[in-house]
Design a protein around this ligand. Structure first.
Ligand code: MN
Length: 423
């Protein structure tokens, strides 16, 4: 591993994008072709231009893999290649002997201020699965909707519960989402009503991206699972609670969940998250052998959700941490494939809403305002039990230890009014 000595690019204090990070994304400059990029401080780096100048030679890549609208072809080259490229980038932007030092012409070709680039959806997500892996979230929802004395269903501590979602409506940060129309049954009457959802919510999640493809019939052990993971993003799984409540019996989430989910534009590799490994919560009862694991399989990642009103004021409504999750990613992937379900490069796996123990750490408005009984007051004096039209939801996440900071930036979306439908 290359030791970081200096930096060629200024990195502001508390930047998520230090030389310890080196995430991967897809950007466009001046309406040109999309290219694979990384970010250092507030500078976007064009990896295609670097490769064309032979600065990524001998990493197992060719320039064409970086002139793509998504990361999938790069990810498909495999873990040794991602690692070699990331290590080369750290060297190029920190070593006094780097060919970028004193070559200002070359530097200007590959570096652009981040505000001057458009970040694109970084992945072609073929399949998307959403788990339900926070004990606190599952407990809160169980108390509110089922049985306060026995909130967890009997399977919850034995299975990383999940469902297959829809990938077409997963969008990159900055994409606004319309309030969904749909059927609801607010009064539990014999017949439903139709109209815009009145309970649009965020879900504070993270998601991992798989970096390998397997064959139908193959399974992945908890020991091998992390090798199959390329990296992680922030994830806002927008949810319409009133639509969800009416539709989910007996087959689970459907239109209340697939009207827009937002990912952060930079995929942070598991290598970058290595310094932040921690033990997850104890699991009692012990899960079945195929779900058991060794080592630290969770990560200490601070998470925050803020709501920004149209007037421009921002209020942090939730602070949580990825480490609270009961089931880890290795267990989720082992479970997902134990039946022989094949996976592909670029598939996305949401963690489920990440709630902590305290009220201020709950990862959805449903829980924060406790089913509309405890409205949240925002900085501008207005209150919320769910999201209003023109509210902007911002999820942020970063890890920090011993002066090393690696972050995810933001996953941002604005709720737009419902679109009229043709009848
Ligand atoms: Mn979700």
């Amino acid at each position: 591993m290359y030791e970081i000595k200096d930096t060629l690019i200024p990195i502001p204090d508390d930047s998520d994008f230090t030389l310890h990070n080196i995430p991967f994304g897809v950007m466009r400059r001046d309406h040109s072709q999309p290219v694979v990029a990384t970010r250092i401080g507030n500078t976007a780096i064009d990896l295609h231009a670097l490769a064309m100048n032979h600065l990524l030679d001998d990493t197992g890549t060719s320039p064409g893999v970086f002139r793509q609208p998504v990361l999938n072809p790069f990810i498909a080259l495999g873990q040794p290649v991602w690692r070699a490229v990331r290590q080369r980038l750290i060297y190029l932007f920190s070593d006094p002997d780097s060919p970028l030092v004193s070559n200002h012409h070359l530097f200007s070709q590959i570096a652009t201020p981040i505000h001057g680039v458009e970040m694109l959806m970084p992945l072609h997500v073929g399949d998307y699965t959403d788990f339900y892996s926070s004990l606190e979230h599952a407990t809160n929802v169980g108390i509110m909707f089922r049985d306060a004395s026995n909130p967890l269903l009997p399977n919850w501590k034995h299975i990383p519960v999940g469902y297959h979602g829809r990938s077409s409506s997963i969008v990159v940060s900055g994409t606004p989402v319309h309030r969904p129309n749909g059927q609801t049954n607010p009064d539990n009457s014999p017949s439903p009503v139709f109209g815009p959802s009145r309970q649009v919510d965020f879900e504070l999640e993270m998601a991992f991206v798989t970096g390998i493809s397997t064959r139908l019939g193959d399974s992945i052990s908890t020991d091998d699972a992390e090798k199959a993971i390329f990296g992680m993003v922030l994830f806002n799984d927008l949810s319409a609670r009133d639509i969800q409540k009416w539709e989910y019996v007996p087959l689970g989430p459907f239109l209340g969940k697939n009207f827009g989910s937002i990912v952060s534009p930079w995929v942070v590799t598991l290598d970058a998250l290595e310094p932040f490994r921690v033990q997850g919560p104890p699991q009692d009862p012990s899960p079945l052998p195929y779900l058991q694991f060794t080592g630290k399989k969770s990560f200490d990642i601070h998470l925050e959700v803020a709501i920004k009103t149209p007037q421009g004021t921002e209020t942090a409504v939730c602070r949580s941490n990825f480490r609270h999750l009961y089931w880890n990613m290795a267990q989720q992937l082992a479970h997902h494939t134990v039946n022989g379900c094949n996976i592909n490069v670029g598939d996305l796996y949401g963690s489920g809403t990440i709630s902590g123990h305290e009220a201020g750490s709950f990862g959805s408005m449903l829980e924060l305002a406790w089913k509309e009984t405890r409205p949240i007051t925002l900085a501008d004096g207005t209150s919320r039990t769910f999201l209003n039209d023109h509210d902007t939801v911002i999820i942020r996440g970063f890890a920090k230890t011993n002066g090393i900071r690696v972050g995810f930036g933001e996953a941002v979306t604005t709720i737009l009014p419902a679109k009229p439908i043709a009848l």
